[in-house]
Design a binder for this molecule. Structure first.
Ligand SMILES: Nc1ncnc2c1ncn2[C@@H]1O[C@H](COP(=O)(O)OP(=O)(O)OP(=O)(O)O)[C@@H](O)[C@H]1O
Ligand SMILES: [Mg+2]
Length: 203
């Protein structure tokens, strides 16, 4: 079982992963958690380039390709081997982030972006994708309160709104894979919803 967490900036993906892993392990599940971009040594180096606020001149195609490089590495080095070893893999962002951000956000040709994603993943599609859906202004405000402001956060509000719209369209196109969770609730309610969704899917 390969589960991914998606959603706009500050929707809570990262803050929910560790407690979710602890909970699922306590229920006896074999869990491996990771994140994108990153997860591997090569991927974390690429993450630094992507997120670095100094790289303001990065072209959207450059950005798109950097994400796919990190992704190809994590899929082959970690995700596929862990799935083969019987782990439930939980990933903080994955391929759908590219469709939402580099496709809808940057308004690049969606078919071309999808082809790149398929190439990068070797066709590995998550079994379950949870969309933490949130008004983008609320998410960006949450992020501004902490010190994790990166190059992507700094894109304008219209970009982030296109990202959210993109996510919602993706979720509606593939309702069998996507589950939408309202991320505007207090943190514990969101955590409870995530636990419930995953436990249902694991049955
Ligand atoms: N339901 C919530 N209510 C209030 N604050 C929250 C909630 N969920 C998360 N936060 C806080 O919002 C901030 C951003 O959360 P987090 O880093 O988990 O978001 P993210 O989805 O991983 O963002 P990004 O896409 O930028 O990586 C954190 O400080 C987190 O503690
Ligand atoms: Mg995060």
């Amino acid at each position: 079982m390969f589960i991914t967490l998606e959603g706009p900036e500050g929707s809570g993906k990262t803050s929910h992963i560790a407690p979710l892993v602890d909970y699922l392990r306590a229920q006896g599940h074999k869990i491996f958690a990771t994140r994108e971009p990153g997860g591997t040594s090569i991927g974390e180096q690429i993450r630094e380039v992507i997120h670095n606020l100094k790289n303001t001149d990065m072209h959207p195609r450059t950005e798109t390709l950097l994400y796919q490089s990190a992704r190809a590495q994590i899929v082959e080095q970690l995700i596929r081997p862990k799935l083969s070893d019987g782990f439930i893999v939980l990933c903080d962002r994955y391929a759908d982030s590219t469709i939402a951000y580099q496709g809808y956000g940057h308004r690049q040709d969606l078919d071309q972006v999808r082809s790149l994603v398929t190439y990068a993943t070797g066709g590995l599609v998550p079994d379950v994708t949870i969309l933490l859906d949130l008004d983008v202004e609320v998410g960006l405000q949450r992020k501004q309160k902490e010190n994790e402001w990166n190059r992507l956060d700094a894109y304008d509000l219209a970009f982030h709104k296109r990202v959210r719209t993109g996510y919602l369209e993706l979720a509606h196109q593939e309702p069998g894979r996507w589950v939408i969770v309202d991320a505007n609730q207090v943190w514990q309610l969101v955590q409870d919803a995530l636990r419930k969704v995953i436990e249902e899917k694991l049955k």
